[in-house]
Design a binder for this molecule. Structure first.
Ligand code: HMG
Ligand code: MG
Length: 302
């Protein structure tokens, strides 16, 4: 086993997590969450999405949230941009990095961004080109890299095709997303290997939703391949509004607890991270969806 000695966490809770909340979360709460996350040592934060507010109302305050953040040097603030309109919003907000998000399944592409996979690539092309010209980093994400809520199992060949198209566009970094959390370790490894045909090990991240409780196992299986970057969500917030029943990403607290226990550094202060998770969970009036956070909070009370 050739495990990485350090891991970079991209905290996606403010975006992937909160996008799925039915009750409005005020911009001030989102901003306060980002502040807590950066204080806990997170250096990559996916803050929000410049998408249609008709599609995802919760992200309708993207500009306000970005404007309210007191930026910490060394932290990279990223946002989702499905098209040029979103990109314009991202630039105006001073985002450091944009994310174009496609899918390995046709049905999910239609459902999530209202176009086919090939059309999405055409839409992303001018976005990626403009971002690179302006020195803005470009990440991509492939949804349904293991399974699709409509089409079922997704073959690695389909993931490889989208990865190839994304690479050709100039996407610098690619997230392999198990949107509905049906992936199990070997299947996730096959999806990663498909992407690794076109992107180097330093350009690939795992993005695992924990719907079936597989995400921590999938993270370990990905570490075994040498993958050292992961998108995770504080307090396990979230889900995708276009994947019914899908739950949040693997909790950042759980991943950090595992990594630190394995002697793998993250630069994150787990106690402060747990506080950030409790802050947002208190607002949402629920318990953090993280076993590690729950254990740490119980221990503090004892
Ligand atoms: P569309 O309806 O085909 O777009 O939606 P359109 O270009 O025909 O425009 C329709 C209206 O939307 C127009 O307004 C546009 O101005 C407006 P109207 O004239 O009707 O008033 N519009 C926008 N407004 C604000 N920002 C924009 C924007 N674009 C158009 N950027 C579109 C296409 C892509 C816009 C829509 O489908 C959309 O916004 N989808 C977003 C879906 C989304 O955010 N999903 C969740 C994030 S992805 C995810 O969670 C997965 C991930 O975590 C990985 C994983 O786990 O799988 C990344
Ligand atoms: Mg996601």
């Amino acid at each position: 086993m050739n495990l990485p000695s350090k891991v970079k966490i991209v905290e996606v809770g403010p975006r992937d997590g909160l996008q799925n909340e039915k009750q409005p979360v005020p911009a001030e709460i989102k901003i306060a969450l980002v502040h807590r996350l950066q204080d806990a040592g997170l250096t990559e934060i996916e803050v929000t999405s410049f998408v249609s507010p008709k599609w995802v109302p919760q992200m309708g305050d993207a500009a306000q949230v970005m404007a309210g953040i007191q930026r910490k040097p060394g932290v990279r603030y990223s946002v989702l941009t499905p098209n040029l309109k979103g990109f314009e919003g991202a630039v105006a907000s001073g985002a450091d990095e944009i994310v174009v998000f496609g899918a390995a399944s046709e049905a999910f592409s239609q459902k999530n961004i209202n176009c086919s996979i090939d059309e999405s690539i055409e839409r992303f092309a001018p976005v990626v080109e403009a971002a690179l010209a302006q020195g803005i980093a470009v990440r991509g994400a492939i949804s349904c890299a293991v399974g699709c809520p409509i089409e079922g199992e997704v073959a690695p060949e389909r993931v490889e095709r989208v990865a190839r198209l994304m690479k050709r566009l100039g996407v610098q970094h690619l997230g392999v997303a198990d949107t509905i959390g049906v992936g199990t370790p070997r299947k996730v490894q096959r999806a990663l290997e498909a992407v690794l045909k076109h992107f180097s090990i330093d350009q690939v991240a795992g993005h695992y939703h924990d719907t079936y409780g597989q995400a921590i196992g999938n993270t370990l299986a990905s570490l075994e391949l040498g993958v050292w970057q992961y998108d995770t969500s504080v307090a396990g917030l979230g889900g995708c509004p276009y994947a019914k029943g899908a739950t949040g990403n693997v909790a950042t607290e759980d991943v950090v607890f595992m990594l630190h226990g394995m002697g793998i550094g993250t630069g994150i202060d787990l106690d402060k991270l747990v506080d950030a998770g409790r802050f947002i969970s208190d607002f949402l009036q629920r318990k953090p969806n993280s076993r590690a956070a729950t254990a740490i909070l119980n221990k503090r009370q004892a």
